[in-house]
Design a protein around this ligand. Structure first.
Ligand SMILES: [Zn+2]
Length: 218
């Protein structure tokens, strides 16, 4: 489904991936679970009449297996360059989730993560770094869900890719709590930074993209 011109949401079971088509260069935000994510992305490229090698960049929001599970498979199939924060990038290269294991969720995440390891990033992003996507896509560090969580925002298109710093599973912008959050205070602060961006479209890892009158939880 196309959200705004050139930006498609791909739903791989419970997680969303985003494909941005601009001229010859295609950018993917997050990769989905091992195997299933890569299969969906490659099939979608084929359906759109594009070659695997047209995928030039993979932008990672954070090191959880539902977002990084197909990094290695897609890197091999496409030759794309993988971007992540240093913190989560180093964790995923070790086959570890970005967050320290907490409770059952932590244990499950730790168990799932090595399934497709190693998942290495090629470029460690700086906070505020601008990428040549959607008229200038800014990497905005939004720690909380994981310490190295990154959101991506295009000021010209007013679209925010928020990863799991927010979700829309309840039909509104909401914040993950409990074992899904590494640092609650940092996460709240990250949402305040996001709320000040002036986004008109918010795309999360879980739940449908939202646009229009957006109400941030903090
Ligand atoms: Zn997730």
């Amino acid at each position: 489904m196309e959200i705004i011109s050139g930006v498609h949401v791909l739903k791989s079971s419970f997680v969303n991936l985003y494909l941005i088509l601009e001229g010859d260069a295609i950018t993917l935000i997050d990769t989905g679970m091992p195997k299933a994510g890569a299969k969906l992305v490659l099939e979608t490229l084929q359906n759109l009449g594009r070659k695997p090698s047209d995928l030039k960049r993979i932008l990672i929001t954070h090191a959880d297996p539902d977002h990084t599970g197909s990094v290695q498979a897609l890197k091999s199939a496409t030759g794309a360059t993988v971007y992540a924060s240093r913190h989560d990038g180093e964790k995923m290269a070790l086959g570890l989730p970005g967050r320290n294991a907490k409770g059952l969720v932590g244990v499950l995440t730790k168990y799932l993560m090595p399934a497709a390891a190693p998942q290495s990033a090629d470029v460690f992003l700086e906070d505020g770094q601008e990428l040549a996507v959607l008229g200038g896509l800014k990497a905005i560090f939004t720690p909380g869900h994981t310490p190295g969580h990154v959101s991506y925002f295009s000021p010209s298109k007013k679209i925010l890719f928020a990863g799991d710093s927010l979700n829309t599973m309840g039909g509104k912008l909401q914040f993950m709590t409990g074992p899904f959050t590494d640092d609650f205070v940092a996460g709240q602060n990250s949402v305040r930074i996001q709320a000040a961006l002036g986004a008109e479209v918010v795309c999360c890892g879980h739940g449908a993209p939202m646009q229009g009158a957006l109400k941030f939880p903090f």
